[in-house]
Ligand binder design. Structure first.
Ligand SMILES: C[S@@+](CC[C@H](N)C(=O)[O-])C[C@H]1O[C@@H](n2cnc3c(N)ncnc32)[C@H](O)[C@@H]1O
Length: 328
């Protein structure tokens, strides 16, 4: 249990400005258990969700698909929930937000309702893993979005703290979905479980969005969507410094040693400058993740190498993607 005195009020207005989402000044309350908002806008996953969902709305408009009901999994403080509610404000009826942590959800609902765009939208908080609480409550949604932790918890983490809760996931949450070993080795087991659970709460033609650090080969992500019977596309790609750097590099390096894989990171400043020199905005939908990875390829380092660079004070980054799967 966290005390009210450990709560912080965080100004998230710059994120909305950078994403081009009009808002009056906007703050959220952040508890110690919430994944922390970062002062630099481009360090926030919610920024990429916000820009990616604007792009998604344009595509849905072109496809003549209306959005009334949305699910967001692993919501945390609700910044991306506010962005999504604003983007889809014209038609949004139910915004269903889930997290494994009940205390987080209490704060999230306060944050979203304070910023709420339309009174005709109801925010429905549900506690549970992946899309399971949405399914159990009997809802279907036009689309569901998630940014779930990918690293299996090793047991020594303190999962009551926001940074660790946003990074590690107990394997018991995904093991019931029997993820194939290849996805387990590449830290994609939680993604597998989320996609499988999401298929059950969207209708045919509905969308499943996931935000994922591109630390894995993108062919594998395509394969993941194929095997989950979701038609794959990418909404946006960006480049982000690895936040929670030490615990992430150690966690991914542990998997490299256990499974003989090599994750894909890049020295941050070099990568950022290279993309800038090539006129690529962050994020973008004009260039694909595959093209960006080709451009960065000569600078690629593994998690083990990233850990060594981090220990020398060199910041390391990775690509970040918002992927869309359409239920076939
Ligand atoms: C990386 S944070 C994402 C925070 C925020 N949604 C964002 O994108 O900035 C991951 C969140 O997922 C939650 N979470 C972890 N495992 C989950 C699961 N199995 N199902 C639903 N949420 C989960 C955590 O409690 C945490 O709030």
């Amino acid at each position: 249990m966290h005390t009210a005195s450990s709560n912080k009020t965080v100004d998230v207005t710059p994120l909305f400005q950078a994403a081009g989402i009009p808002t009056s000044p906007l703050t959220v309350i952040e508890t110690a258990g919430m994944y922390p908002y970062k002062a630099k806008v481009e360090d926030n996953w919610a920024y990429y969700t916000a820009v990616g969902c604007k792009r998604f709305k344009e595509l849905l408009d072109a496809e003549k698909k209306n959005v009334c009901d949305i699910g967001i999994v692993g919501i945390c403080s609700g910044v991306e929930g506010i962005a999504i509610a604003k983007i889809f404000s014209g038609t949004l009826r139910r915004l269903i937000v889930t997290d494994v942590d009940e205390e987080i959800l209490e704060g999230t609902v306060v944050n979203i309702n304070r910023a709420m765009v339309e009174e005709t939208t109801t925010v429905i908080p549900l506690v549970g893993s992946f899309c399971e609480p949405i399914e159990h409550a009997g809802y279907t949604v036009d689309f569901v979005h998630a940014n779930v932790p990918n690293l299996p918890a090793g047991g020594e983490e303190n999962l009551s703290r926001g940074a660790e809760k946003g990074t590690f996931i107990p394997s018991t949450f995904y093991e019931t979905y029997s993820p194939p070993q290849e996805f387990v080795s590449w830290a994609l087991a939680a993604q597998w479980a989320y996609l499988q659970s999401a298929r059950r709460v969207v209708p045919k033609g509905g969308s499943v969005l996931t935000e994922l650090g591109g630390r894995v080969p993108l062919e594998l992500v395509r394969k993941l969507f194929d095997e989950c019977k979701l038609a794959f596309s990418e909404l946006i790609v960006g480049f982000k410094e690895q936040t929670e750097a030490l615990i992430d590099f150690e966690g991914y390096h542990r998997l490299e040693k256990e499974h003989g894989v090599a994750f894909e990171f890049y020295p941050y400043e070099q990568g950022r400058k290279l993309l800038k020199r090539n006129g690529i905005s962050n994020p973008t939908f004009k260039v694909s993740g595959e093209e960006i990875k080709k451009l960065l390829a000569s600078q690629k380092v593994s998690a083990g190498e990233a850990l060594a660079l981090h220990k020398k004070g060199v910041p390391v980054g990775h690509t970040v993607h918002l992927f869309r799967g359409v239920k076939e």
